[in-house]
Design a protein around this ligand. Structure first.
Ligand SMILES: *[C@@H]1O[C@H](CO)[C@@H](O)[C@H](O)[C@H]1NC(C)=O
Ligand SMILES: *[C@@H]1O[C@H](CO)[C@@H](O)[C@H](O)[C@H]1NC(C)=O
Length: 237
């Protein structure tokens, strides 16, 4: 390479490096926050998951995930230590967080679960939502919504004998939120799936319910390949 070319190349590299190191992080746009709760019997029955002993079947908070209109969720938006540090917030809100957002996995502390969810999802909200407001939204929304009692009151009960449609599950939650929600399932056998997660969509910063976009945009749902409708089991344990 010519000397001048080398100099140009190095200068270019320097500018690129500077440009990247000055970026505050990669924060792609997002439209709303998905509030995602997991039915523990379905989660814990997965072969690669080991849950705590004697868990009462419950809808447990998985996380609050920023997502765009297509349901795509930005993740790992910043590696900066100061962005990732949630010690102050989770210490101050610890009792509430332990109640509404516990880790159900054997040997995994709740703090490490919050940190994982924050680093992967929550951090992507930082342009719009403070850490404190993010964790406060988790607590407030979890207090607002008791999915198990919403289902049981509507006659949608955990049972091996009853079956439900995706629409019936969604309609039950929608009766409470007044906005479109999503449901996801795990395969069970050739004909049936198990109820897995409920997605309730929130505005930014996580205060009000908003419609989840049509589920055609999601790689979620409860259909089985080749079938139009799904037969959902709400496993009791
Ligand atoms: C978040 O903040 C950014 C920067 O101020 C803004 O451009 C964007 O519209 C906000 N996003 C939402 C969903 O409010
Ligand atoms: C799948 O499980 C359900 C519920 O236990 C059962 O009724 C159904 O017959 C099973 N289907 C197959 C193909 O095994």
């Amino acid at each position: 390479m010519e000397k001048r070319t080398i100099v140009r190349f190095c200068l270019g590299l320097l500018i690129l490096t500077l440009a990247f190191s000055l970026r505050p992080g990669r924060f792609p746009p997002y439209a709303r926050i998905d509030f995602v709760q997991t039915w523990t019997p379905t989660y814990c029955a997965q072969p690669d998951v080991k849950c705590r002993q004697n868990l009462e079947p419950t809808f447990t908070l998985h996380g609050l995930w920023p997502a765009d209109a297509d349901g795509k969720a930005p993740t790992y938006c910043s590696k900066k230590r100061s962005d990732q540090d949630i010690d102050k917030e989770t210490t101050e809100l610890r009792d509430d967080l332990l109640r509404v957002w516990p880790s159900v996995q054997e040997g995994k502390t709740s703090k490490s679960f919050w940190q994982y969810e924050w680093n992967k999802h929550g951090i992507c909200c930082l342009l719009n939502v403070t850490k404190m407001d993010y964790f406060r939204a988790a607590i407030a929304q979890r207090n607002n919504i008791n999915l198990l009692s919403i289902f049981t009151n509507a006659g949608v009960k955990p049972s091996w004998d009853a079956t439900y449609t995706e629409a019936a599950i969604e309609n039950t939650v929608e009766g409470h939120t007044g906005t479109a929600v999503h449901v996801s399932c795990k395969p069970m056998n050739d004909t049936h799936v198990k109820l897995f997660e409920i997605y309730i969509c929130l505005d930014v910063p996580g205060t009000n319910y908003v419609d989840c976009p049509p589920s055609g945009n999601y790689k979620r749902g409860c259909w089985r390949p080749g079938t139009e409708t799904s037969i959902i089991i709400f496993p009791p344990k």
